[in-house]
Design a binder for this molecule. Structure first.
Ligand code: G4P
Length: 292
């Protein structure tokens, strides 16, 4: 991907250092860590330090927004995480699908050993404590609301507002530690930033909207050509650039400006918006890397 036209993304190492400290100092209070990722980009929507930061703690990866992701790809990602030492479940917190599998996965799989040990020692009723982490916009608040059955105030992380950690009771024997602090995704790789801009996890002004939409259309014409045929009646021909596809989409939708040109800005806003809301179908932006 050519990223020469990409704006420098701001990130704040100081902020991340604080979050890192919070995670490591609170790790001893919990039995396991649940990490929420976006099922459309499970690797790009992770904090790259998470494996190291939570080393030694049993882990569950929650692939949220699976209603928007390619089902086959989601299964490949579940297998990938399992092969790499973490349990994984796919959920759609918008409808609640799969949410009921989260706590059984924690108790019966992630913490199976601990639960057996507690059973043997007559401690079966002891509370299970979970730490919940995830980069902004993956659906952390929605997951908490679904799991607790209550509406919790969205935990804002704003400069000047100190948010303390909060324990949320999920059922009579499970407590969840909702961590303050912003967990940043990995920004060093610009393809990752582009995927996060597609999903709306980071501001889409890292690129002008037309370039962003052109990149998305290029990706779709390679990986999901039917999405373009079905939604826009556009036939992606071999060698067509993203901008040509954007023009074709705009034309089909009658988005013209006086003089006969396509209003590519309007078309771009529509394409990004329709991708985010699932109107282009269930699409996954990255697949697990094959191990050498
Ligand atoms: P955060 O705490 O991690 O920052 O994320 P939050 O729960 O606020 O969710 C971010 C957005 O993602 C919200 O949309 C939320 O509705 C949506 N979302 C969360 N889980 C799912 C899911 O499983 N599937 C789908 N399709 N969307 C999900 P929003 O546009 O910010 O708000 P709204 O649409 O709820 O008004």
């Amino acid at each position: 991907m050519d990223n020469t036209d990409m704006k420098q993304i701001q990130w704040f190492p100081g902020h991340m250092a604080k979050t890192r400290r919070l995670i490591t100092s609170n790790l001893k209070l919990v039995d396991a860590v649940a990490e929420i990722v976006d099922a459309r980009a499970p690797m790009s929507s992770r904090n790259p330090e998470m494996d190291l930061l939570t080393k030694g703690k049993p882990r569950l990866v929650i692939l949220n927004k699976c209603d928007l992701a390619d089902e086959k790809a989601t299964q490949s990602w579940i297998n990938y995480f399992k092969n790499n030492g973490a349990e994984a479940v796919a959920v759609d917190c918008k409808s609640g699908r799969g949410v009921k599998n989260i706590l059984p996965a924690v108790k019966n799989k992630v913490l199976a050993e601990l639960m057996e040990k507690r059973e043997r020692n007559g401690m079966a009723g002891a509370a299970v404590r979970l730490m919940l982490v995830g980069i902004p916009n993956v659906g952390k608040s929605t997951v908490i609301n679904r799991l607790s059955g209550a509406k919790h105030a969205k935990a804002e992380d704003r400069p000047g507002v100190t948010r303390t950690k909060q324990w949320v009771k999920l059922d009579k024997s499970t407590e969840l530690l909702d961590m303050p602090g912003v967990l940043w995704p990995k920004f060093e790789d610009q393809d990752i930033a582009v995927r996060l801009a597609f999903t709306g996890a980071i501001s889409d002004d890292i690129l002008d909207i037309e370039t962003l939409a052109a990149k998305l259309l290029s990706f779709l014409s390679d990986g999901y050509p039917d999405s373009l045929r079905m939604r826009y009646k556009v036939e992606p021909e071999k060698g067509m650039t993203g901008f040509e596809l954007l023009e074709a989409v705009g034309k089909k939708r009658g988005m013209m400006i006086p003089g006969g040109e396509v209003n590519t800005e309007r078309a771009a806003i529509m394409v990004i918006d329709e991708f985010r809301s699932g109107k282009l179908g269930r699409i996954t932006l990255e697949m697990p890397q094959k191990r050498e």
